[in-house]
Design a protein around this ligand. Sequence first.
Ligand code: ADP
Ligand code: MG
Length: 243
Amino acid sequence: MIDIRGLTKRFGHQTVLDGIDLSIEAGERVVVIGPSGTGKSTLLRCINFLDRPDSGTIRLSNLGVDAKAASRADILALRRRTAFVFQNYALFANRTAKQNIMEALVTVQKQPKAEAEKRALAILAETGLSERADSYPAALSGGQQQRVGIGRAMAIGAELMLFDEPTSALDPEWVGEVLDLMRRIAERRQTMLIVTHEMQFAREIADRVLFMDGGRIVEEGPPDAIFENATDPRTRAFLKRVR
Ligand code: ADP
Ligand code: MG
């Protein structure tokens, strides 16, 4: 369903992604782990051109985008098929929970307002936030804000959902409700690529775990294989540190 070939990204003289090859099946839940500064966020950001890759190709179903030749239309098409959940929620502060979810439906998908509102209310119900539909982000807890962030991503019905450490900015008390919501999304066999430091969650939810270091995928496999029997010394050292 998604096929990434030779993805590279440099910031100045630093090679942050060093030729990433990655295929993800429809319905697969892939978790990315690895030390900080290793290119995990950059990988996710390059997949939908929030950061422009220097080279490589990204194929999503019948859409193929080459980093060097990507047109504005290609990038928009790619963004329409992917949804991004940010560590810091990235909500519009001057819009309510409902309006935050409606935003992309109205501006990007050109849905009529009434239809977008109906969809937003359904998503708010699914995320347990019906009562907070008209609340502004500042009036919501961190956990509620991130559930709006995830709801916004759910609403657009993207083929691929990208999660960049969605619980890292949260106080510990709010982590559980956000992971619960992600579990529910995973149960529907939504294709997900998730960067997280929540190792227990990764174990539960992942079909496949990738360990990244130095801009490369060093090792990958089913969760048990990675967490119990990692072969690369870098993976083993990392897992020892985070446990
Ligand atoms: P991770 O998510 O694994 O912690 P990142 O992808 O955020 O790693 O960053 C990888 C490297 O790229 C880091 O050294 C970081 O400083 C650098 N980097 C990330 N974004 C930028 C940017 N916009 N400009 C310059 N350097 C960046
Ligand atoms: Mg990161």
